[in-house]
Write a protein of this length. Structure first.
Length: 331
């Protein structure tokens, strides 16, 4: 579905964007793949690695709707990955996070409608479900904007959906690169904020594949959530340092002990499929009459029980230490 198409990815120089680019170029022949981000050095370095004739590097900020419109000329599909995503940074600089994550989301929507884009998928995070930190709250607001955008196009413009997932193994600034560096520098025991902490765990490649698949599944208005395993923080410590001994440094501002992807308050909207969940929109788009229980690929989902939540602490699938290390080879 991506052969001959023009695709734009905001935040294309980030962890997700680079893996997405690698995947698209190895599996498809897109007409154009536009990388949209601010920092020229990251674009320059990415250009050294990815210099396929389809590649286009656009310097631009998602806060700049006119630049987004220019970049989206002739574009078929948009992936919105640009974000400020570090919880403590967002707590300290709240308005900057709001401008990029909420204002930027609305700009992406407005530009996509203005430039007749066909499909848009925005990346979200488990921190957007029952948020307690500003980063999560801005991503929840962004999710709401993308879902509601389907109601503003009169049935003719782009369709918009959201993909929500958990911690990406090895992404920039995440715990695995930190643990590896500390172990290499001999700085053990490793720091953990709380010994009981759990997290959802997904590889970048699985995240990219899930996004690609959802371009085929989407009607617009869905929040897609993959079924993925959880990890216990002390299993991570053991995997990377060889011991369960840890230095407990205390919960950081805005940090949760466990994460949620499908909150129980949304259980009446939640459908389960074989390998993913869908949160249906709570508003009904008057111009589209889709039964989300059968997606555009014909896959059939069913309603979850009332009160169901998809929670990293009660997830039936936890990775063992050995599985964590096996997954690390794919990072
Ligand atoms: N990593 C995870 O564990 C994780 C988990 C769940 C969801 N997500 C979501 O997945 C998405 C991608 O995450 P990632 O790990 O790839 O992030 P990342 O590595 O930090 O990359 C962020 C990208 O966004 C760009 N960017 C930031 N502010 C921008 C702005 N104002 N205008 C244009 N571009 C901007 C950055 O480039 P410049 O700085 O050069 O502009 C960079 O290309 C985010 O939406 C994040 O919330 C990530």
């Amino acid at each position: 579905m991506f052969n001959g198409k023009s695709i734009l990815i905001t935040g294309g120089t980030g962890s997700f964007g680079r893996k997405y680019t690698e995947t698209i170029l190895s599996r498809y022949k897109p007409a154009r793949l536009v990388i949209y981000s601010r920092d020229e050095l990251k674009q320059y370095e990415m250009g050294q690695q990815f210099n396929d004739p389809a590649m286009r590097y656009f310097i631009g900020d998602v806060r700049d709707v006119e630049r987004l419109k220019r970049a989206m000329q002739g574009v078929d599909y948009v992936i919105h990955a640009a974000a400020l995503k570090h919880v403590p940074v967002a707590e300290y600089n709240p308005n900057e996070c709001i401008k990029t994550n909420i204002g930027g989301a609305q700009n992406v929507i407005d530009a996509a409608i203005a430039m007749d884009v066909q499909k848009v998928i925005a990346l979200s995070t488990d921190k957007a479900a029952n948020p307690i930190n500003l980063y999560g709250a801005t991503k929840l607001a962004s999710d709401k904007l993308f879902v509601a955008a389907n109601n503003t196009t009169g049935g003719r413009g782009p369709i918009f959906s959201v993909v929500r997932y958990g911690n990406v193994v090895g992404s920039r600034g995440s715990v695995v690169p930190l643990f590896k560096r500390l172990v290499a520098e001999g700085k053990t025991p490793l720091p953990v904020t709380h010994e009981g902490m759990t997290r959802f765990w997904i590889t970048l490649q699985s995240g990219v594949d899930f996004v690609l698949k959802n371009f085929e599944r989407m009607y617009g208005g869905e929040i897609f959530v993959p079924r993925i395993p959880s990890v216990r923080i002390l299993d991570l410590v053991e995997a990377y340092s060889g011991t369960r001994e840890a230095d407990v440094v205390g919960i950081r501002p805005g940090e949760k002990l466990h994460e949620i992807m499908c909150p129980s308050d949304d259980s009446h909207l939640t459908l389960e499929f074989d390998d993913h969940f869908v949160l249906r929109p709570s508003i009904r788009f008057y111009h589209r009459d889709h039964d989300y229980a059968v997606n555009a690929l014909g896959e059939v989902g069913r309603s979850v029980e009332a009160g169901f939540s998809y929670h990293s602490g009660s997830n039936p699938h936890f990775l063992t230490v050995r599985e964590i290390l096996a997954l690390d080879k794919h990072v």
